[in-house]
Structure formats: structure tokens, C-alpha cells
Design a protein around this ligand. Structure first.
Ligand code: C2E
Ligand code: CA
Ligand code: CA
Ligand code: CA
Length: 278
């Protein structure tokens, strides 16, 4: 064991060094990237089940880096978060989302936008006031804005997160628990959170066609969510069979590649146009 770990050591050092360097570069370049056109927001549609009416979209950040190309948010968002820079990202996405909602309203369309929150926002006691001011500034009714938070984000520091959630809830924005089912105290805590919507993690939705365990998890989240009066959303809907099964269970909303991939602003407009003129 000692001999092979010595060999591994040699092989791993440079790549870890490179990863560290890349992460360091990403973090130091992030603010500037936000101000240039490297960072943008894409939108993934959410549709009602079974009608398939478009209810809203989820805002998902995209970064096309001049050296590294398209970056996966699962790589840079955690890095930006760890470096304490995520508030700038949240402000950026929230602002784009509100501009978008307002522009749609001006064209007679009521389409909501969901924005992903970081743990940091939930620890910021001024966050509800900041959101209220942003809604006011853009002339957007609160019910068209959804804020998605993860259970682990809430559980990181519930004593600080709860008053922030209550403040947001009082404003009338929609609160959604993202990646539901992946945390481990899920069921007990969901009851105590002032939330409106639960999003079933895509890992269970992917597996539900072939794995009875995943199917059981999905079914019980739908039932639990409904018994708590929540809207239940399934993400990661890639196949007709999954959509039909979800609709049969009474799941309220579907999001996934079957409906659409996340789209640039321009492509989203074309997608919406095609849907509404059909
Ligand atoms: P998430 O909030 O769970 O977002 C859903 C992710 O699932 C997105 O990945 C979306 O593209 C992907 N997805 C949706 N439908 C399907 C499907 O049918 N199949 C598959 N395979 N994937 C699907 P994306 O855009 O790469 O984002 C990854 C994560 O990065 C997000 O997970 C979220 O945690 C984070 N993120 C993205 N944008 C933001 C942001 O603006 N702020 C913060 N704080 N985090 C963000
Ligand atoms: Ca999300
Ligand atoms: Ca999710
Ligand atoms: Ca996720």
C-alpha cells in the first residue's frame, strides 16, 4: 500500500496544483467577468402538469471564460461562494430576472422567474429588505419572483436563516426548497419552514423509471408536499414516461430537458413565441 500511494502522490500533486490555480484564477477574475459580457443568465422553462402551460423559468448563471471556455456552474459557483463573492452573483442574477419579468409584464405576459440563493443570503438579515427594494425599483409584483434555497443552506445555520425566510415570505415572494430529498433531515424540517414549493431532486426523477426506490421517494415527496399544502416541482424530467408518471401522481410542475434545456434570453423568446402561437 505504501508503495502505490507513493506513486499516486506523484501523479496527483500537479493536477491538484492546477485545479487550485484554476480555482484561484476563477475567483480573482469573477467580478470583472460579471462586468464584462462573459457572464450571462440562461432560463429553463417550468410547465404545469398535465396542461403543459408555461408557468415560469429558472434563472441559471453561465460563464464563458476567455481561456477555459464554458464553465460549469457546479464548478465556479461553489468557488465564488467559498471566496465570499456570491452576493455579487445573486445581485446580478436577481437584477436580470426582475428586468425580464418587467419586460414580459409590459407585453402582457405573466411569467415568473426563479433565482437560486446561496447560503450567504440566508445569513444576511438585510436580505429581505434588499429584495423588497429591488422589487419596488423594477415594479415587479412579489409573487412573480421565486427564490430557491437548498435544505443544507437552511440547515447550515437555522437560527439565522429562519428570520430571513420569514421576512422573504412576508414580502410575498415564492420560496422553494431545491434538491429536496438529498438532505437527511428533510421531512421533519420541511414542516417548520415558511416555504411554498418543493423541488424533487433530479437524481430521483432520472431513476424513477428503472428504480423502485427512486419511484417511492418521488411518490412520497409528492404526497408529503401536498399534505403540507406545497406546490411540488420535479426537475430533471428528460423523458415522456417520467412526465406522464409524474402527472399521474399529481406532481404540479415539470422542469427538464424534455420540456427545454436552459436557453439564452434570445432563444427563450423564440421558444415562448413558438409555444404561444401553436
Ligand atoms: P440547480 O439549482 O439544481 O439547477 C438545476 C440544474 O439541473 C441546472 O444545471 C440545469 O441545467 C440542470 N437540469 C435541468 N433539467 C435537466 C435535465 O432534464 N437533465 C439534466 N441532466 N440536467 C438538467 P446548471 O445550470 O449546470 O446549474 C448547476 C447548479 O449551479 C444549480 O443546480 C445551482 O445549484 C447552481 N447555480 C446555477 N445558477 C446559479 C445562480 O445564479 N446562483 C447560485 N447561487 N447558484 C446557481
Ligand atoms: Ca435551482
Ligand atoms: Ca435542483
Ligand atoms: Ca444542485
Amino acid at each position: 500500500a505504501a508503495r502505490s500511494s507513493g506513486e499516486k502522490y506523484k501523479a496527483y500533486v500537479p493536477s491538484m496544483g492546477q485545479m487550485f490555480l484554476r480555482r484561484f484564477q476563477l475567483v480573482t477574475q469573477f467580478r470583472q467577468a460579471l462586468e464584462s459580457d462573459q457572464v450571462s443568465v440562461h432560463y429553463q422553462p417550468k410547465v404545469a402538469l398535465p396542461s403543459r402551460a408555461v408557468l415560469g423559468v429558472e434563472a441559471l448563471v453561465r460563464w464563458v471564460h476567455p481561456e477555459f471556455g464554458r464553465l460549469d456552474p457546479d464548478e465556479f459557483v461553489p468557488a465564488v461562494e467559498a471566496a465570499g463573492l456570491v452576493d455579487a452573483l445573486t445581485d446580478f442574477v436577481l437584477d436580470k430576472a426582475l428586468v425580464k419579468i418587467r419586460a414580459w409584464l409590459d407585453r402582457g405576459l405573466r411569467i415568473g422567474v426563479a433565482v437560486n440563493l446561496s447560503v450567504r443570503s440566508l445569513a444576511n438579515q438585510d436580505f429581505p429588505d434588499q429584495v423588497a427594494a429591488a422589487l419596488e425599483r423594477h415594479g415587479v409584483p412579489p409573487e412573480l419572483l421565486t427564490l430557491e434555497l437548498t435544505e443544507s443552506g437552511v440547515m447550515a445555520d437555522p437560527a439565522r436563516a429562519l428570520p430571513v425566510l420569514r421576512g422573504l415570505h412576508t414580502l410575498g415572494v415564492v420560496l422553494a426548497v431545491d434538491d429536496f430529498g438529498t438532505g437527511y433531515s428533510s421531512l421533519a424540517y420541511l414542516r417548520q419552514l415558511p416555504v411554498d414549493e418543493v423541488k424533487i431532486d433530479k437524481s430521483f426523477v432520472f431513476g424513477m423509471g428503472s428504480d423502485l426506490g427512486d419511484l417511492a421517494v418521488v411518490r412520497s415527496i409528492v404526497e408529503l408536499g401536498h399534505s403540507l399544502g406545497l406546490v411540488v416541482v420535479a426537475e430533471g424530467v428528460e423523458e415522456d414516461a417520467a412526465r406522464d408518471q409524474l402527472a399521474a401522481m399529481g406532481c404540479d410542475v415539470a422542469q427538464g430537458y424534455l420540456i427545454s434545456r436552459p436557453l439564452s434570453e434570445e432563444r427563450l423568446e423564440a421558444w415562448l413565441q413558438a409555444r404561444t402561437t401553436k
